[in-house]
Design a protein around this ligand. Sequence first.
Ligand SMILES: *Cc1c(COP(=O)(O)O)cnc(C)c1O
Length: 231
Amino acid sequence: MSIKENLEKVERRIAAAAEKSGRKREDITLVAVTKTHGADMMNEAIALGVTDIGENKPQEVRDKFDSVLPARWHLIGHLQTNKVKYVIDKVCLIHSVDSIKLMDEIERQAEKHGTDMDILIQVNISGEETKSGVSREELPPLLIHAGELKRVKVKGLMTIAPKTDNSVTNAVHFDNMRQLFIDIAQKKYYNVNMLYLSMGMSGDFETAIEHGANMVRVGSAIFGERDYSQK
Ligand SMILES: *Cc1c(COP(=O)(O)O)cnc(C)c1O
């Protein structure tokens, strides 16, 4: 299958899932995840209409940025404070913020570059030990802290659901995220706007959309298996 065919298929599936949940295709942002793939594949996807691309490593953003056609870049993977400088002037949204320390470093770098930075707080909704992100209990201090920041803008939540097989669905985790998203919006924290709920990957993006996601991160369903040989 070509990227074109894959993309068309993913587009149709997103539209169907959106419709099923009473929304429109335009209400859902597709972030095409391009990690490990070269600029050629990325440019092919962008030429086919992809507007948003996601990388999980700050170094990949830094290294590929200048070879890729204009697009909105998203940093979706774990971010160490000492790598914020690689992405601060390149990405439009950091999905993976999980500590006050990281919020403060993003604020510092954004100030230095005279830019604002939109972020999502990553929540470990399943409680899996291997997953990064904050627990529900750890979330309020980060949201309160946002009120003290000027450059950093909290725009929503992100989660990575557990890998599933056919017998298990992540619907319950997605529902919990949606509820959390609604609860936070109602509390009206200063400088916190619940605009984006980023959840769902190749294996489960339709379920995620049906359970409230408005931003999905899809890699292998568009680009095929990842190529780690370059590493
Ligand atoms: C790789 C990755 C994805 C996309 O995964 P696929 O299963 O290939 O769609 C989504 N989110 C994050 C954080 C990732 O690292």
